[in-house]
Design a protein around this ligand. Structure first.
Ligand SMILES: Cc1ncc(COP(=O)(O)O)c(C=O)c1O
Length: 382
């Protein structure tokens, strides 16, 4: 049986070059970057080199890159850290209803302390309406957090437009770019955001490491003590993780355009196969038709419920997901899919296919054909 991994939005395999670069930092290069002796200083230099690589991949200055334990912590720090630092100005925050749990839970946490959260709806494509952002702004609004690319449906939000809307209004703008960074070019020298989250394990780097971009002058209330990361995130640095993240960011920067081209082909190929072997009226692509990343393909195969399709594909060695990985143990329709207000039959049969850099066209054809076979054998219109 073949093993085909099509769940790169959940996580990605580590790049061999990344692993190789990390290895010495588990062995002989074990120093603590805060130590003043040579063991510490060698390691500190590696951490700063990685910071430069991550900064370069985001087109920004290394001093604005803060390492965290992943996307979840970066989101929490962006939201809770700025909310606490700016609460004298107001306690109102705006997010969208399809944010990742990391953002949602951070705002829920703040609600205990009197913060108010407006959750913006999305349309059938999962798109936030910029007019709704504008209408929701109050005198006491201090922060807007809208994700760049949704992790379940791939819809790309109008981040630049929202950023320009908020500019000069004294409202901070955070975007969770965990799913955007692996596939879209991001230039923080141009993008009008104050805070941006990325995560290493979505770009063939190690797990447990991420970063928050913080624009100069943005105040953050730290919630983990210590002097590391310029006192904004204490704790001895995850040096192997940081080194691996830096290497993964470097490789990504060199290969992103090619990766995007290949992945776009894979997406088109899959859909072509389904049109030929299933028929256009038996499957529905969810998410925005054009403002979508090629790496995430959310599709409903009418007549086969999500969990049945996942199980049948797993038996064929093909790994895809239904909804986000964190929510995949829950069989119910995902929160994001629900918010699109799709017909019941479409919502209940949605699966997410997400592509990676090392994929081959042969794998794509095999997986697409297996899906077509399953459909032709088992579909019962609900
Ligand atoms: C959009 C989004 N934000 C945040 C996260 C959390 O990142 P991490 O797994 O590094 O904590 C994920 C991971 O699934 C994600 O897809």
């Amino acid at each position: 049986m073949r093993n085909i991994y099509l769940d790169h939005s959940a996580t990605t395999p580590i790049h061999p070059q990344v692993f190789q670069k990390m290895e010495p930092y588990f062995k002989e290069k074990f120093g603590n970057p805060s130590s003043i002796h040579s063991y510490g200083q060698a390691v500190k230099a590696a951490v700063e080199e990685a910071r430069e690589q991550v900064a370069l991949a985001l087109d920004t200055n290394p001093s604005r890159v803060l390492f965290t334990s992943g996307g979840t912590e970066a989101d929490f720090l962006a939201i809770v850290g700025t909310a606490l630092a700016n609460q004298a100005k107001g306690k109102h925050i705006i997010i969208s209803e399809i944010e990742h749990a990391a953002v949602l839970e951070a705002t829920k946490w703040l609600e205990q302390f009197g913060f108010e959260v407006t959750m913006l709806p999305v349309d059938n494509y999962g798109m936030v309406d910029i007019h709704n952002v504008e209408k929701s702004i109050r005198k006491d609004t201090i922060l807007v957090s809208i994700m760049y690319v949704n992790n379940e449906i791939g819809t790309i939000q109008p981040i630049e437009e929202i950023g320009f809307l908020l500019k000069n209004k004294g409202i901070l703008f955070h975007t969770d770019a965990v799913q955007a960074f692996p596939i879209l070019d991001i230039s923080l020298n141009k993008l009008p955001v104050d805070l941006l989250t990325i995560s290493s394990h979505k770009i063939n780097g190690p797990k447990g490491i991420g970063a928050l971009y913080i624009k100069d002058g943005v105040k953050i209330h730290p919630f983990i003590g210590g002097t590391q990361e310029r006192t904004r995130r204490g704790g001895t640095e995850n040096v192997p993780g940081i080194v691996g993240f830096g290497e993964a960011a470097k490789i990504l920067m060199e290969t992103k355009q090619k990766k995007r081209e290949h992945i776009t082909l894979y997406r088109v190929k899959m859909i072509e196969i389904w049109k030929d072997y299933i028929g256009q009226d038996l499957f529905v692509i969810n998410g925005h038709p054009s403002k979508v990343v090629p790496s995430i393909l959310n599709v409903s195969f009418l007549g086969i419920k999500t969990d049945t399709m996942l199980m049948k594909l797993d038996m064929k060695g093909i790994a895809v997901s239904g909804g986000s990985a964190c929510a995949s143990k829950i069989i119910d329709v995902s929160r994001v899919i629900k918010s699109l207000h799709l017909p019941d039959e479409v919502a209940k049969s949605s699966i997410r296919i997400s592509f990676g850099y090392q994929q081959t066209i042969d794998e794509i054809s095999y997986a697409a054909n297996e899906i077509a076979n399953i459909m032709n054998r088992h579909s019962h219109r609900m």
